[in-house]
Design a protein around this ligand. Sequence first.
Ligand code: HEC
Length: 194
Amino acid sequence: MILFRHSLPALFLTASLAGAVDFKKDIQPILEKNCYECHSEKAKKRKGGFVFDDLETFKLDIADTDVAQIRPGKPGESHFLEVIVNEGHKNHMPPNDTLSRGDINKITDWIKEGATFDGTSQTASATTASAPKKQLPPIMSWTNSEGKTIKAGFVRLDGESVVLRMPANGQEVPYPLAKLNAASQQQAKDAGAP
Ligand code: HEC
């Protein structure tokens, strides 16, 4: 018997895997070198109220809301990136320097891929086929009945709920199917279809 498990997520996954960025390997060293001096618990400096070495605190700046510094999947709407890229910004960061193009690209890709701390490293290792079970769910758009859209990965169907994985913190959250719009309900059912 042939099983078509995960056919849909797998499709998305391959598409998004290409340049997977690993926070610990690719992003943290950039922040450590260029930002921790003024934004870390280690240096006891919280300039502007921002700390990037304590991930529990940093996480609070990452969300898909207007006030968040980093909006997962939306580099163009992430103030964090704006102050790094835009040398004319009054709060250009770091204040007396500018990151290399390569570093800026890495941060841009990291945000594009959902700005997770642990997610992409596992996803990246999944490309090596030896560890297919470690694949993380791809990020999809979900719209609720009130028209609000969030980005999250499909984990599984659970009774009348769909369990979604939040890209910002990796938390798995059940969401009632009845509260999603018709298209998103269908998306959940397709993704969870055996
Ligand atoms: C030499 C100290 C220093 C360094 C290094 C530094 N910052 Fe800052 N940062 C500040 C100060 C001071 C503020 C507060 C600016 C203000 O509100 O007037 C700030 C504010 C910010 C803000 C909020 C900006 C705003 O418009 O509200 C962000 C985001 C930020 N920093 C990110 C970074 C990043 C990312 C790096 C490394 C690439 C970095 N900073 C490096 C001193 C620094």
